[in-house]
Ligand binder design. Structure first.
Ligand SMILES: Cc1cc2nc3c(=O)[nH]c(=O)nc-3n(C[C@H](O)[C@H](O)[C@H](O)COP(=O)(O)OP(=O)(O)OC[C@H]3O[C@@H](n4cnc5c(N)ncnc54)[C@H](O)[C@@H]3O)c2cc1C
Length: 299
């Protein structure tokens, strides 16, 4: 069924039965039938048509830093955009970039051009596309404030440019979580600042991350969204869950808001740990904790 895809992509950018754990920061996830690594808009478009014509499910991801992929993996095709598609163009205070570029690379480019507004992104290990989908943010900054527009392809193959208001950004939320569009590129508007000060802020943010977050262990960042009126880390600490472990998955003993993979965690371990935390938070605080990480793959 997949051999015809060689008409669109060379063999070295097709990975059959590829373990998703090799492509997620959690280092968890079973095999995908076929992973494709497109390099440009035309290739993305061809793959969408290929899947649509043959009814093959298509999953898109960027850098895999907000993903929990189940142990049975993903059926169909997974298109990884975080590897290629990394062109960046700076014009005055505006940056135009392809969806696969690393957010931290963008932050460094912005700093190089003395542009302020992306400092918060230093240390977020995602791609630009994934950051738009999640409205990624940190230290009082978020994508919503700097994105002007995003160019995307619909599941039926048509192109559309979304203006900021149309993206319906909310807390770790955007329209791209529900509309099936694939983001190809985006425009950002920053403000001119002082390069030294920008770099100083980025260093400070990196220092604060290193101090608080378990960066030495595989994770997908914050496990849960912040519920109104609570902070997840302190809440889980109060529940005595810091260090709590199921199989190889553990509530980080450095920052309870993160679940870490202690080396051999399965997606099942993480899902059981999430369910157990949710139950305890509900019983004690009456709070419904919602995962921030995206859980995908065959059940
Ligand atoms: C150590 C660590 C620290 C982190 N710190 C932060 C933080 O401070 N703030 C924060 O907000 N997040 C943080 N994260 C989470 C994560 O980095 C962000 O959510 C990031 O924006 C995800 O980008 P990604 O490319 O990895 O997306 P992926 O994990 O690859 O995908 C996330 C979702 O977006 C979809 N998607 C990805 N790319 C596209 C595209 N081009 N078009 C359409 N859909 C797409 C996927 O289908 C999936 O649903 C952290 C993660 C780690 C591991």
């Amino acid at each position: 069924m997949y051999s015809e895809i060689l008409n669109y992509l060379p063999e070295d950018r097709l990975l059959f039965n590829e373990e998703m754990k090799n492509h997620t920061t959690f280092k968890i996830g079973g095999p995908v039938d076929l992973m494709v690594l497109p390099q440009n808009e035309e290739e993305i478009h061809s793959i969408i048509s290929f899947c649509r014509q043959r009814d093959i499910p298509l999953f898109i991801f960027g850098a895999g830093s907000n993903l929990l992929v189940r142990d049975r993996g993903i059926r169909g095709i997974a298109m990884k955009l975080g590897e290629n598609l990394d062109e960046v163009e700076v014009n005055g205070e505006e940056i135009q970039a392809q969806a696969g570029v690393k957010l931290s690379t963008l932050a460094q480019i912005a700093a190089f051009y003395s542009l302020s507004g992306l400092e918060f992104a230093e240390g977020i290990p995602g791609s630009l596309g994934g950051a738009l989908v999640m409205n990624a943010g940190a230290f009082d900054g978020e994508m919503k404030e700097i994105v002007t527009q995003a160019r995307a392809i619909s599941p039926d193959g048509s192109f559309k440019t979304f203006q900021n208001e149309e993206i319906q950004f909310g807390y770790r939320q955007s329209i791209f979580q529900n509309n099936g569009y694939i983001i190809i590129s985006a425009g950002l508007k920053l403000v001119t600042g002082n390069r030294e000060e920008i770099e100083k802020r980025m260093l400070e943010y990196a220092r604060r991350r290193g101090e608080k977050q378990p960066l030495d262990k595989p994770s997908a960042g914050s496990t849960f969204k912040r519920p109104p009126g609570f902070y997840v880390g302190p809440m889980l600490e109060e529940l005595g869950l810091k260090g709590y472990q199921i199989g190889g998955a553990q509530v980080s003993s450095k920052h309870a808001g993160f679940i870490v993979n202690n080396g051999n965690a399965t997606a099942r371990d993480v899902l059981e740990l999430i369910a157990s935390i949710q139950q305890k938070a509900k019983e004690r605080f009456g709070v419904d904790l919602q995962p921030e990480i995206r859980i995908v793959g065959e059940e």
